[in-house]
Design a protein around this ligand. Structure first.
Ligand SMILES: CC(C)(COP(=O)(O)OP(=O)(O)OC[C@H]1O[C@@H](n2cnc3c(N)ncnc32)[C@H](O)[C@@H]1OP(=O)(O)O)[C@@H](O)C(=O)NCCC(=O)NCCS
Length: 315
């Protein structure tokens, strides 16, 4: 067994993705997405990644980094995946990670794992506790009938894809950023979310290799953006992935989120897609009620885990 730093070459990215595919085939990673995430990480943040080799084969990946989505000061997000034949090395890999991250003196470690993964049980045994749970769910468009849901849009509202709007103009981007950050503040979550500054949002979202301007819909009232839903490309076959869906407070309970979702589903169909995926906090009853009504089927939960305080390693 040999551990070496990840060298950020294409070969190492391929090895990373192959380990993940062997470990969790139900949750494949997309190289372009992973590279985009790494490229748009904060330059001041921590990011250390390693590969575990057994002979010639890469059998594990492990990393710790400043959380990408919610960069809380003093927090590091840890992640590791081991191919089934290397699963018995969990203790050794964990000891290595703890030793490597000790010099950063984190106040807390975070991890996001599915409840049916071996990592979930292992991290609980290390003292991690649950912070919150999200459900991934999927809608199979074969046999989906939109007609029971279809209603006329409220007067004065239109639904427009980003591709028909001046989304490359800074003024438009600022308005979209304001809409999305305001909506994110309303997403129920265990702790307040640290919102990204405009430039970070701009680079991470609008330069995302999976961005689909034709599948990113805004509800407009005159020139004002009042709601949004967005589909991104996905590594999974015949699949598009939903990003944020939201409607400003003054316009809620008028069927706008439903209309946006139906418009996105219609786009997915015309794009030749069979599955639409989404991920929602288990405490977010409004969006869960909407997705359940549409027929989204839930998968095992993804759990956010936290270890705090972080035990000091001897020596
Ligand atoms: C969730 C959200 C998008 C719903 O938008 P909306 O335009 O008010 O939703 P709609 O009017 O289209 O409602 C459609 C259905 O969703 C369900 N629903 C919507 N809001 C609900 C609420 N507050 N409580 C329970 N069910 C709700 C209902 O089944 C509703 O149908 P009904 O009004 O006939 O009962 C909106 O509350 C929001 O923006 N929340 C903050 C952002 C967020 O959490 N987004 C989801 C994370 S991705």
């Amino acid at each position: 067994m040999h551990i070496r730093p990840f060298d950020f070459s294409n070969a190492d990215y391929q090895a990373y993705v192959a380990v993940r595919e062997a470990t969790h085939p139900e949750a494949p990673l997309d190289i372009a997405q992973l590279q985009h995430t790494d490229r748009t990480r904060s330059k001041e943040g921590v990011m250390e990644r390693f590969l575990l080799e057994w002979g010639e084969q890469v059998v594990g990946v492990m990393e710790f980094a400043t959380p990408y989505y919610d960069p809380k000061p003093g927090a590091l997000e840890v992640r590791y995946h081991l191919r089934p034949e290397a699963q018995s090395l969990e203790d050794a890999v964990w000891a290595f990670l703890m030793e490597q991250l000790a010099s950063h003196t984190p106040k807390e470690l975070l991890a996001q794992v599915r409840e049916d993964w071996p990592e979930y049980r292992f991290l609980l045994a290390q003292g991690f506790a649950e912070v919150e749970r999200r459900w991934e769910s999927v809608l199979d468009l074969h046999g989906f009938d939109p007609s029971p849901f279809e209603l006329p849009l409220p007067a004065g509202i239109t639904l427009r894809p980003l591709s028909e709007l001046p989304w490359q103009e800074k003024g438009f981007q600022r308005a979209l950023y304001t809409l999305e950050t305001n909506l994110l503040r309303d997403v129920p979550s265990a702790e307040p979310i640290n919102l990204w500054p405009f430039e970070v949002w701009q680079d991470r979202t609008l330069n995302d290799p999976n961005l689909l301007p034709e599948g990113y819909f805004l509800a407009m009232e005159n020139q004002q953006m009042v709601g949004v839903t967005m589909l991104f490309k996905s590594k999974r076959p015949q699949t598009l992935r939903t990003g944020l869906t939201g409607v400003i407070r003054s316009h809620r309970r008028r069927g706008l989120a439903l209309a946006l979702k139906l418009r996105a589903i219609e786009f997915a169909r015309s794009y030749g897609i069979r599955y639409v995926r989404t991920s929602n906090h288990q405490t977010n009853r409004p969006i869960l009620a909407l997705n359940e009504a549409l027929g989204f089927a839930k998968e095992p939960a993804t759990v956010l885990l936290r270890l705090s305080p972080v035990p000091q390693r001897p020596g």
